[in-house]
Design a binder for this molecule. Structure first.
Ligand SMILES: Nc1ncnc2c1ncn2[C@@H]1O[C@H](COP(=O)(O)OP(=O)(O)OP(=O)(O)O)[C@@H](O)[C@H]1O
Length: 489
């Protein structure tokens, strides 16, 4: 058929097809037009500044390698960024279609969203390199979280990541004109510092506006995720992304890769769908962790994935419908606190010395609405944790104090001073959390910084299901600077 040439490891782009007449300089014109409309300005960087930010694109700064270029970590104007660099081959002339990086710049310059890896800027120079600067995602990819992490994420976390990814795709499909990503896969879902999913890699994305380009761009995507209906350019639709999302959801449910030659059948969809059809929902759930508690959750999650990968694309749900379904499931399966955070924010050894630490700045002194209020910087710890009791006493903390995370082997006895309730062990695995007060679960000491203990208090209205303190409404009492203590896994 000539169009489908996929490689199991990476996406195949349509870079060599004679598709778009636009050149880089033409697109630059769009940026300046767009910049006038947008509050979030896309910057054009000097190539030399990007060279300096990455130590001249040194291997030490290399974050990863995609099929069409390298990704580096850098600091630009005090901000951590990821810099994507692709090299045009000398044979390509300026009339060739844009490569993936150019396409990504083109798409992202007109699209921004909280669930996307947003464009910060770009650089073009006279040489063959094209550079894209995007937000830095410090916690790797969903692929890593599912397949390389020593501690697989909980169901609450998985459903939330699936929901956030679905929202990201819905953002694209709902934009005007709609954008089709064409390469939805776990390796393209990046995890930000607050462990939220963000959709990235728009190298293959197409805007449904340019009929000529849409009609003439050959199918592309990643083997294992690619919609079997998408065999000619004319078959492309938003339902192409829905199919790939269905594969990603099966991957999240089962912990199996989209294609795994170690299994029979190797394709996750060929294995899972017959089981779902026979109502054997439990069989597809990741054996590394307990399945979701409620049978209705197990069934609904499996069924929504099965609907997304229906062979008849008209019968697949829209991403909006998927978002509604996953939102409902997400409310039923809350996230447990501390679980799944890839980066420990504060660890202390048995002597109370910080092992690795970051300080979390909470910008709001009153009510914080979500994790965007948190800004992670380097910690300068003032006191070893074993002295916290003194600090605690000094601040005269109160009855609704719940947990204090203490390092492994920390023997200090922290008790609620007001009621003498025995501390309860809330979390294990190296870190222990001790309860001060069994009756009131509304606030948590997250740590200390420069000699002060800070306390984040749950908003009373949030209720029982709000386990994730820094993702939900909270009130802050005490200092507005806190050290966040997280599970070390
Ligand atoms: N914004 C980012 N922040 C942090 N790391 C990133 C970022 N973007 C990409 N990376 C890292 O670089 C790697 C390569 O990314 P890239 O998007 O170029 O390719 P890919 O999606 O992994 O592969 P392909 O291009 O073949 O689909 C990613 O796997 C990830 O580890």
């Amino acid at each position: 058929m000539g169009y489908l040439s996929c490689n199991a490891e990476s996406a195949i782009s349509a870079a060599n097809s004679k598709t778009s007449p636009s050149t880089f300089s033409k697109k630059s014109h769009h940026y300046s037009e767009k910049e006038k409309e947008k509050p979030n300005k896309i910057q054009e960087f000097n190539y030399k500044d990007l060279q300096a930010a990455t130590n001249n694109f040194s291997d030490q700064k290399l974050l990863g390698r995609g099929s069409h270029g390298l990704v580096y970590k850098g600091v630009l104007q005090g901000r951590l960024v990821a810099i994507k660099k692709s090299s045009r081959t000398a044979q390509m002339s300026v009339t060739d279609s844009p490569n993936e990086v150019e396409n990504e710049i083109d798409i992202l310059s007109k699209l921004q969203g909280p669930r996307l890896v947003n464009l910060v800027g770009f650089s073009k120079n006279d040489s063959l390199d094209r550079l894209l600067v995007v937000e830095f995602m410090r916690n790797g990819t969903l692929y890593d979280v599912l397949h390389s992490s020593s501690r697989p994420p909980t169901w609450g976390r998985r459903i939330k990541l699936a929901l956030q990814t679905a929202k990201a795709i819905d953002t694209l499909h709902s934009s005007s004109p709609p954008v089709i990503h064409r390469d939805i896969k776990s390796a393209n879902v990046l995890i930000d510092r607050n462990f939220n999913a963000r959709l990235g890699d728009f190298g293959l994305a197409l805007r449904c506006v340019d009929d000529y380009r849409l009609r003439s761009t050959p199918p592309a995507g990643t083997m294992g995720y690619l919609d079997p209906c998408y065999v000619t350019p004319g078959n492309l639709s938003t339902k192409t992304d829905v199919f790939s999302f269905g594969i990603l959801l099966l991957e999240i449910i089962s912990g199996r890769k989209a294609i795994d030659m170690g299994h029979s059948p190797p394709s996750v969809v060929d294995w899972a769908i017959p089981l779902i059809r026979r109502g054997k929902f439990l069989a597809i759930y990741d054996p590394r962790i307990e399945p979701p508690k409620y049978p209705s959750v197990r069934k609904q999650l499996a069924v929504v994935a099965a609907k997304c990968v229906r062979s008849c694309k008209e019968r697949r749900p829209t991403m909006k419908e998927v978002v509604v379904c996953l939102s409902g499931l997400s409310r039923l399966v809350p996230i447990r606190p501390w679980n799944g955070l890839a980066n420990p924010c504060l660890m202390v050894d048995t002597m109370g010395r910080p092992v690795e630490s970051r300080r979390v700045q909470v910008n709001s002194k009153g009510k914080g609405s979500d994790d965007r209020n948190l800004d992670v910087g380097d910690a300068k710890l003032g006191l070893p944790l074993r002295n916290s009791r003194r600090v605690y006493s000094h601040l005269g903390f109160r009855s609704n104090l719940l947990d204090l995370m203490v390092g492994p082997d920390e023997e200090s006895e922290f008790r609620g001073e007001n009621d003498g309730v025995e501390p309860k062990l809330a979390y294990s695995s190296g870190f222990q959390s001790r309860s001060f007060n069994g009756r009131s679960n509304r606030s948590k000491v997250l740590g200390y910084s420069k000699g002060s203990v800070s306390c984040i208090k749950r908003n009373d209205s949030v209720g029982e299901n709000s386990n994730s303190l820094y993702r939900r409404d909270f009130k802050i009492s005490g200092s507005s600077t806190v050290s966040m203590v997280a599970d070390p896994s």
